[in-house]
Design a protein around this ligand. Structure first.
Ligand SMILES: [Zn+2]
Length: 157
């Protein structure tokens, strides 16, 4: 019988306790917690009823604390997270605008009558949803006759 063992958690060498069979962890609090975690994980993986109990417990817990409520509480208690997240989303939107802003997605969305000159607000819509609330205003001038020929020669797409 061996007289000492190496703790699997802290790596220290300890004398074997004669009352414990195949000792693998020392008596330190962190090491005992590690042993318990390892035992629980092994039970979860190998024992079907243990796994089912654990999953049922998680399901019950999740019903009592829906994700959206948890997220709302987290946002309320972590304003720095909300601020950082908002800044990062604005950055992502800016990058997306650079990519999609350079190409015309649909040319058939605007049809004008001769009296439709005026100022319009443009906003990006993807899959029927307004993607960015920041709007761009454009001034449309309906041209006719000679004006249109001059305008066509000056427009470069
Ligand atoms: Zn240890």
């Amino acid at each position: 019988m061996k007289s000492s063992f190496i703790c699997l958690h802290c790596g220290g060498t300890f004398l074997c306790n004669p009352h414990v069979k195949d000792q693998q962890y020392c008596n330190d609090t962190a090491c005992r917690q590690a042993r318990r975690r390892a035992w629980k994980l092994k039970s979860y993986r190998t024992n079907k009823s243990c796994r089912q109990r654990c999953l049922n417990h998680q399901k019950t817990w999740r019903k009592q604390r829906p994700v959206h409520e948890y997220q709302r509480e987290y946002r309320e208690s972590h304003p720095e997270y909300v601020k950082r997240n908002r800044e990062m989303q604005q950055e992502r939107n800016r990058k997306r605008q650079k990519v999609s802003g350079s190409m015309i997605v649909n040319r058939n969305t605007l049809s004008t009558q001769s009296s439709d000159s005026g100022t319009y607000a443009l906003m990006q819509i993807i899959n029927g949803k307004i993607v960015n609330r920041n709007t761009c205003t454009v001034r449309l001038q309906v041209l006719s006759g000679e004006e249109m020929i001059l305008a066509q020669n000056s427009v470069r797409l």
